[in-house]
Ligand binder design. Structure first.
Ligand code: GLN
Length: 254
């Protein structure tokens, strides 16, 4: 854990409604195609909704904090996944416990794969996952690259950018995040994208995901606030730019 959390105070004249403690997993090795923007979006929206934010990071060999309200993690190359695999397996029980307790989490691409049971690389080596999501990934013959648009039962249209070799299949214990309207998603075949269990979302969508999809960001924050008995009473935020960015990205060819 980084020595002290970085604290961003809430905006606005009213007293803070509380503090949200966000943990970013492996920013050193797993942070690609703008995934750090997810953390920034969560931090800013927390401030705008009247909460102080405490940001913590966890890299190989660090100690996990005792308590967190929200966990985020990004994607990375196969080599980054190789670097964190041992450490991730060692903290797997803690992460699974938090997930079972309802801690909201968002993991993208490389960490999405390793939140599943395993990722078998193109060279045939197996990178073990932590089995938090009932999903399994095997590298395919090519890469699935480009803008992607989903229909999500919870969030409506979700827009992002995918770039992965892994083909992910869900088991019965995971729900997809959405169905693919354009793009490839989990495997390019069954029309599913991402995986959900408890309050955990795994997805291939970089971009980063949250600036263009504020409904997903606020859903994560709502879960974080209500986790410890708080009441989610969001303040109005002007999301015109986010909607515009989402529409432009959705209209771009692959
Ligand atoms: N290495 C993984 C794959 O290509 C993850 C890629 C990523 O996180 N962008 O499937």
């Amino acid at each position: 854990m980084s020595a002290d959390p970085v604290v961003y105070p809430h905006t606005g004249p009213a007293p803070a409604r509380g503090a949200i403690r966000i943990l970013q997993l492996y920013p050193r090795d797993m942070n690609i195609y703008g995934d750090w923007g997810n953390l920034l979006t969560l931090a800013r929206r927390s401030q705008w909704h009247g909460y102080d934010v405490e940001l913590l990071s966890y890299n190989n060999g660090d100690t996990l904090p005792d308590e967190v309200d929200l966990v985020v993690g990004g994607g990375g190359q196969d080599s980054g996944q190789e670097r964190i695999k041992k450490d991730l397996v060692s903290i797997g029980p803690q992460l699974r416990g938090w997930a079972a307790d309802g801690v909201p989490m968002l993991v993208i691409c490389g960490l999405y794969q390793l939140f599943g049971h395993r990722f078998v690389t193109g060279e045939g080596s197996e990178i073990p996952g932590i089995g938090l999501l009932d999903a399994e990934t095997v590298a395919g013959p090519g890469r699935l690259i480009g803008n992607i648009v989903l229909d999500s039962p919870t969030f409506g249209r979700v827009v992002g950018y995918e770039n992965h070799s892994g083909l992910t299949r869900l088991g019965p214990g995971a729900e997809p995040l959405g169905s693919v309207r354009s793009g490839d998603g989990n495997n390019g075949e069954d029309g599913t994208e991402g995986a959900r269990v408890h309050n955990v979302i795994g997805t291939y969508l970089h971009g980063p995901l949250l600036p263009k999809n504020p409904a997903v960001a606020d859903w994560l924050l709502e879960r974080a606030v209500t986790l410890r008995g708080g009441t989610w009473d969001p303040l109005p935020i002007d999301d015109a730019d986010a909607r515009h960015a989402s529409t432009v990205a959705a209209s771009r060819p692959r």
